[in-house]
Design a protein around this ligand. Structure first.
Ligand SMILES: Cc1cc2nc3c(=O)[nH]c(=O)nc-3n(C[C@H](O)[C@H](O)[C@H](O)COP(=O)(O)OP(=O)(O)OC[C@H]3O[C@@H](n4cnc5c(N)ncnc54)[C@H](O)[C@@H]3O)c2cc1C
Length: 268
């Protein structure tokens, strides 16, 4: 690549990154506006890899180890190969970047989240843990929609919370009885856990749950394309937005992320 081409590349990437930074900053502004949505939280807990790791993997095919090590000092060469991997669909080197997210979201969003198979997911156990009384609140836009109906109108949000609470009360009451019976030696601990797991089935999908998800950059791009989109439900869209926010502010693989963002998260 000659000097003017490299200059265009560098300017293009800087512009793309500035656009990306502005976009993720606007997500936080939106978050402040919505108390309901702010109940959804994402934390990037760990990550591995960088633009240089992607370049390293890609250059494995063309250079031996000692020759490719010199090239890491040249950010333009690294940026160029990273962009080419995204543009040409050379996706495996992009898998050198891996994220581990902690996510707090309602169960109905978690069900959508779990359809993403190319990831590793861990979740809390209703067998080993008593679930907290913690529900996703009624979103303001849905309240407005319900207000247009002739039936429930403004009462819908209140009934929603009351139903969630009543299910939780049933669950807690069952657990209290089980605990007492266990203390009296009437049920074993394994019976207690078995029953606790089934009692939790009454809890609504508005219950908040926690999940740990590990995914590589290719899977992350797929998630962004599908979920950070007008077609996605607002709640899972919020999860995708917060994931992106975390990744951008951590400054991970900036060239790859900016290039993917610019290309609508499409690889190839
Ligand atoms: C707007 C929207 C609406 C949706 N509506 C519904 C719905 O009504 N009902 C429903 O059930 N789901 C629905 N989904 C979920 C959707 O069908 C996918 O299951 C989900 O988005 C995960 O996408 P994925 O398979 O690309 O991701 P991953 O499972 O992470 O897979 C990533 C990629 O790996 C490849 N891959 C993974 N597994 C296989 C495999 N076994 N064989 C071949 N290739 C594989 C594919 O290329 C795939 O794109 C919806 C999704 C969106 C975004």
């Amino acid at each position: 690549m000659n000097t003017p081409e490299l200059l265009i590349l560098a300017v293009g990437l800087t512009v793309a990154f500035v656009v990306l930074i502005e976009y993720v900053a606007s997500l936080i502004e939106n978050d402040k506006e919505s108390k309901t949505m702010s109940r959804i939280q994402v934390e990037l807990q760990e990550h591995m890899g960088s633009d240089a790791s992607i370049a390293n993997a890609a250059w494995t095919s063309t250079y031996d180890k000692s020759r490719r090590e010199d090239k890491y000092d040249d950010p333009e060469k690294v940026a160029d190969i990273v962009r080419r991997c995204v543009r040409d669909g050379h996706s495996v080197p992009l898998e050198s970047v891996i994220f581990r997210f902690w996510i707090r979201m309602p169960i109905f969003t978690d069900r959508q989240h779990m359809t993403h198979r190319i990831a590793s997911h861990n979740g809390l156990s209703g067998r080993y843990r008593t679930l907290p009384s913690d529900f996703f609140t009624f979103p303001a836009d849905v309240e407005e929609i319900m207000n247009k109906t002739d039936g429930w109108g403004a009462a819908s949000a209140g009934s929603f919370v009351a139903l969630c609470q009543s299910a939780y009360d049933y669950y807690r009451q069952g657990l209290d009885l089980l605990r007492k019976a266990e203390a009296e030696g009437k049920v074993t601990n394994s019976e207690f856990k078995r029953a606790r797991e089934i009692l939790r089935a009454v809890l609504p999908t508005a219950s908040m749950v926690e999940r740990t998800t590990i995914m590589n950059l290719v899977s992350f791009a797929n998630y962004q394309r599908l979920r950070n989109s007008d077609h996605a439900q607002p709640e899972i869209r919020r999860v995708a937005e917060l994931m992106l926010h975390e990744v951008v502010y951590a400054g991970i693989a900036e060239t790859a992320i900016a290039e993917l963002f610019q290309r609508g998260w499409r690889i190839g």
